[in-house]
Write a protein that binds this ligand. Structure first.
Ligand code: ZN
Length: 244
């Protein structure tokens, strides 16, 4: 609670107070001010999805069981693009094997204020851990994350020791000013996950699960997801933060 107050006060003085004198009807800028912390309902009726394939170029990400995270992340991102394209405008942060700073990915996503960002990764950990995990931070990202974890878990025949849906302040879950979710599609370090992830059929299934969650979120917003979590007014995530 203390840390929440620490960040709430500067936020009020710096941004919210600026809009207090004129609160008659919608005003330009208010929406983006509110979305700095993501303390608003989840998106509904959106048409743009920013698909971020994690890592790339000199940054290989995780490597295990003959698989490389940056390659699989791009492959799943491409499959997701194909899944979504009939219904959504899809923006890819990278379409080939190139290195992009995390802050650059955030800046790219912020160019699309009405979009939802999905960052695609593959996990690593103890060999017995398997299954998908979904990371989120902002209140406006909660329902999308919940749907993604639900459908990814349904696509995975064996979950063991995975954390499921996790609220964590990462550069790609905290810093964008749009709803944003980071999915870990499985553990490269798990033999079971790795043999599934090596199959294009399974990667299609994962892309289908993420697309299904986005379609449902677009249609229903937060309906059916229960009460939204409380906002946490934390500062942006910076290089050097855990898994930031
Ligand atoms: Zn990663």
């Amino acid at each position: 609670m203390l840390s929440a107050m620490r960040w709430i006060l500067p936020a009020l003085s710096a941004s919210a107070l600026a809009f207090l004198p004129a609160c008659q009807g919608p005003q330009p800028g208010v929406r983006s001010q509110a979305s700095v912390y993501g303390n608003r309902p989840g998106p509904q009726g959106f048409h743009t999805v920013v698909v971020d394939a994690g890592h790339g170029g000199k940054d290989h990400g995780a490597r295990a069981n003959g698989l490389v995270e940056k390659t699989l992340a791009l492959d799943i991102a491409r499959r997701l693009k194909a899944e979504l394209e009939p219904d959504f405008r899809v923006i890819m942060t990278r379409t080939d094997d190139r290195f992009l700073e995390l802050d650059h990915r955030v800046a790219l996503a912020n160019r699309y204020p009405d979009a939802v960002l999905v960052s695609i990764h593959l996990n690593h950990g103890r060999r017995w851990r398997s299954g998908p995990e979904t990371y989120w931070w902002r209140v406006d990202s909660y329902s999308t994350a919940r749907r993604m974890q639900r459908y990814l878990a349904a696509a995975c025949p064996h979950e063991h020791g995975n954390a499921g849906q996790v609220r964590r302040r990462l550069r790609l879950t905290r810093n964008p000013v749009i709803p944003c979710v980071l999915v870990e599609c499985g553990f490269l370090t798990s033999r079971k996950d790795a043999s599934l992830l090596a199959s294009s059929t399974y990667r299609d299934r994962l892309a289908g699960a993420i697309a299904r969650a986005l379609r449902e979120q677009r249609l229903a917003g937060d309906a059916g997801m229960g009460p939204l979590p409380a906002a946490i007014f934390a500062p942006p995530s910076r290089a050097g933060d855990a898994r930031g």
